[in-house]
Design a protein around this ligand. Structure first.
Ligand SMILES: Cc1cc2nc3c(=O)[nH]c(=O)nc-3n(C[C@H](O)[C@H](O)[C@H](O)COP(=O)(O)OP(=O)(O)OC[C@H]3O[C@@H](n4cnc5c(N)ncnc54)[C@H](O)[C@@H]3O)c2cc1C
Length: 253
């Protein structure tokens, strides 16, 4: 939709361009920003002109740039984890067109429970690389970065630069399960096994990391079941339990 209150657009070329004036907001793929009215936004600062690489192989980590699109992320050198990445990308309720512009960083920052890049990154034990307004950098596990439905630890002026995925986690055994109310509906529960960990998203307001060896206690302790038109909380809790047990079984078989 047209954002009728927007009167300016700046293409960011360097870090100094990311200081926002009143009314400005960061624009990545724009798939959410342009999907609903933004009455408080009068200017857009485009991150996609920063020229960040979609991915870089750094010592010990695969770095995925925040502006990498969901469709491009599939082409990164995931090695044995490529199948898991495909399953995560396919779990979006998202058209082909949207997948080609929606970014990994935008998905993390929006922090919807059904944010498939959050599911994937949390499962692989990734950390978020965040540029702070004082010129510094801070890093935080993705599972801690998302604090609730639509909320993160991002402070005013902070920008997500990338996610760093430990390359060691790409070689761990993985399992993926997803449930939704309708075959092509928005994810109501996503459970991913990675090594000895089972990660729950979509059915909870934030990512929950469980120990596969202590699964029942971990499931019983979950206190953030999500409730919306894509599934009531009690149903999500039940389905998540079923999927988590399947994932644990697949990890050991
Ligand atoms: C048809 C359709 C289906 C969708 N299905 C899903 C779905 O199944 N699951 C889901 O999670 N979402 C879904 N979405 C919502 C949205 O498209 C995705 O979450 C997408 O990944 C957002 O990325 P973007 O690059 O388009 O973000 P944008 O719309 O550009 O930005 C989203 C927000 O994040 C901020 N932001 C973006 N990048 C950064 C950054 N690097 N640092 C700091 N802040 C930043 C922006 O300022 C804005 O507030 C859907 C949208 C549509 C239109």
């Amino acid at each position: 939709m047209d954002l009728v209150t927007v009167t300016s657009h700046r293409a960011a070329r360097g870090r100094e361009d990311l200081a926002l004036a009143p009314g400005e907001t960061l624009l990545a793929g724009g798939t959410w920003l342009f999907s609903e009215p933004q009455p408080e936004v009068s200017g857009l600062v485009d991150l996609t002109t920063l020229g960040w690489p979609d991915w870089e192989s750094l010592p010990g980590v695969l770095r995925i740039g925040a502006t990498c699109t969901v469709s491009r992320v599939l082409e990164a050198p995931w090695g044995p984890a490529a199948g898991l990445v495909r399953s995560a990308a396919d779990s979006f309720l998202m058209s082909w067109k949207v997948q080609h512009v929606a970014t990994v960083g935008g998905n993390l920052c929006l922090a919807l429970p059904a944010a498939a890049m959050v599911s994937l990154a949390a499962a692989l034990g990734a950390t978020v690389v965040i540029w702070t307004p004082d010129g510094g950098v801070r890093q935080e596990p993705v599972a801690d970065f998302v604090t609730g439905a639509g909320t993160t630890t991002l402070a005013p002026g902070e920008v997500v630069r990338a996610i760093d995925v430990p390359t060691a986690s790409l070689w761990l055994p993985t399992a993926f399960r997803r449930a939704s109310l309708t075959p092509l509906g928005r994810a109501s529960a996503v459970v991913i096994g990675c090594g000895a960990r089972v990660i729950v998203t979509a059915s909870t307001t934030r990512p929950v990391v469980l120990d596969a060896d202590d699964l029942e206690a971990g499931l019983a302790a979950i206190d953030c079941w999500y409730d919306d038109p894509h599934g009531p909380a009690d149903w999500r809790a039940h389905v998540t339990g079923v999927l988590a047990r399947e994932v644990r079984q697949e990890l050991v078989s």
